[in-house]
Unconditional design. Structure first.
Length: 110
């Protein structure tokens, strides 16, 4: 995974979180492709985990991180699409990026 390829995938998502993550990435933030050399995971499995976390946050009065609700919706819509994970970390924040199996599309970003 290259910086340019990740930036291109983020550009296709259109969410506010993806735009922020792309800006951070292009400004030189560190990024890690967590699925390097590993199999993909169904977006539905990620949705199971993150939708539960969102529900618990709302139930306990914790403010969800920016973009979480939208990312959960996007993961749900992706269904059984196989995904890879990447993270972007910089002084402007930390983002978790869910990428399509071919790494060409950002499925969700939070």
């Amino acid at each position: 995974m290259t910086r340019d390829r990740l930036a291109a995938a983020l550009a296709l998502n259109g969410s506010g979180s993806a735009r922020e993550a792309r800006t951070l990435l292009l400004d030189g933030a560190d990024f890690t492709w967590l699925s390097d050399g590993h199999k993909t995971i169904s977006a539905h499995r990620f949705w199971d985990t993150w939708s539960w976390r969102l529900e618990v946050m709302r139930d306990t009065g914790v403010t969800p991180r920016s973009g979480l609700a939208e990312a959960v919706d996007q993961l749900r819509a992706a269904g059984d699409t196989q995904t890879h994970l990447a993270t972007i970390v910089g002084t402007g924040g930390r983002f978790t990026v869910f990428l399509s199996a071919d790494l060409a599309t950002c499925i969700a970003c939070m």
